[in-house]
Ligand binder design. Structure first.
Ligand code: SF4
Ligand code: SF4
Length: 303
């Protein structure tokens, strides 16, 4: 585990309105033990900073080819600028050489103070909108010591805090964070352990245990990434609603699948998921909303 003094972060997103109530700053931590097939932030998965290549911005100047000590980059009229990821050792010298932002690094170490400097710039917006700070990922529990220090600092500043998590982590780490979390945004992908394992790479036993325990400590919104023909059956959503009701969660949020991760996978040199995924249509989402409401719970789409 890293020192709590710095964490690896891939984005500090100000004016976020999709990660909890009001206007928020969302701090995206790097590193995730899950490999969800529908991941919209694949740049968050590796713990270390990664090279991202936006072909559309490349001007073919060749500066990166000269800068790369590994000979990992080639430039040709036919294929344009190509990166051999097997040869690349993430030294990022090409990034410094590229004047066109075609090559960038995703992820950097930041101290709690550096993050707080950004967070505190929008204090007035939080106050006026009922917003605050959300720590997300990646999986924030992977850097729980840093996240604890950050959340403690937020509470010292009297800010509303939310933690967005897959719930996949050690209970003792999660428990240590909860006194500083006003709202837990708990991502729940599938209740069936086999389906969960097949599509995320991990079993959901720890996740469900952590959900049940953490709901006793703080307010919870269950967040469901809605994917057609995977987790959007009426019966499955009814089961989730019943679980949510039994645990006393505040709300269920549907997050319909979007294709944002496909382009990012290309930029990372990763093969995007081969399965065809899509969001349920609007009519079916309305039906699912009705099922949740019938079970006496609030429901929203997109946050
Ligand atoms: S990050 Fe990779 S491609 Fe870029 S200069 Fe270093 S080794 Fe070469
Ligand atoms: S330095 Fe940047 S713009 Fe020039 S060839 Fe490399 S990626 Fe393209």
């Amino acid at each position: 585990m890293r020192s709590s003094n710095s964490g690896v972060i891939f984005n500090v997103q100000r004016f976020s309105v999709h990660d909890g109530p009001g206007i928020r700053t969302t701090v995206f931590m790097k590193g995730c033990p899950l490999r969800c097939l529908w991941c919209s932030n694949p740049e968050s998965q590796d713990f270390s900073p990664v090279l991202m290549a936006r072909d559309i911005l490349c001007q073919g100047c060749g500066a990166c080819v000269k800068a790369c000590p590994q000979g990992a980059i080639t430039l040709s009229r036919k294929e344009g600028r190509k990166i051999d990821r097997q040869k690349c050792d993430n030294c990022f010298q090409c990034v410094s050489a590229c004047l066109y932002q075609s090559l960038t690094v995703c992820g950097e170490p930041m101290s709690v103070d550096e993050v707080m400097d950004e967070v505190l710039q929008d204090r007035l917006f939080y106050k006026n909108s009922g917003g605050g700070v959300t720590v997300s990922g990646g999986e924030a529990l992977m850097q729980s010591r840093f996240v604890l220090a950050l959340l403690e600092q937020c509470k010292k500043e009297n800010l509303h805090t939310a933690l967005d998590t897959s719930g996949y982590g050690k209970w003792q780490n999660m428990k240590a964070l909860l006194p500083f979390v006003d709202l837990l945004l708990f991502d729940l992908k599938h209740l069936d352990p086999d389906e969960h394992q097949r599509t995320t790479g991990v079993d959901n036993k720890i996740i469900l245990e952590n959900l049940k325990k953490s709901a006793k400590y703080t307010s919870v919104w269950l967040r469901i990434p809605l994917i057609a023909d995977f987790n959007d059956s009426n019966a499955h959503i009814k089961k989730i609603a019943c679980l949510g009701k039994a645990l006393g969660v505040e709300k269920i949020s549907f997050l319909p699948y979007h294709e944002g991760g496909i382009t990012k996978n290309r930029q990372l040199g990763k093969n995007a998921c081969l399965l065809k995924m899509k969001a349920p249509d609007d009519k079916h989402i309305l039906t699912l909303k009705g099922i949740v409401e019938k079970n006496g719970l609030n429901v929203s789409v997109g946050n």
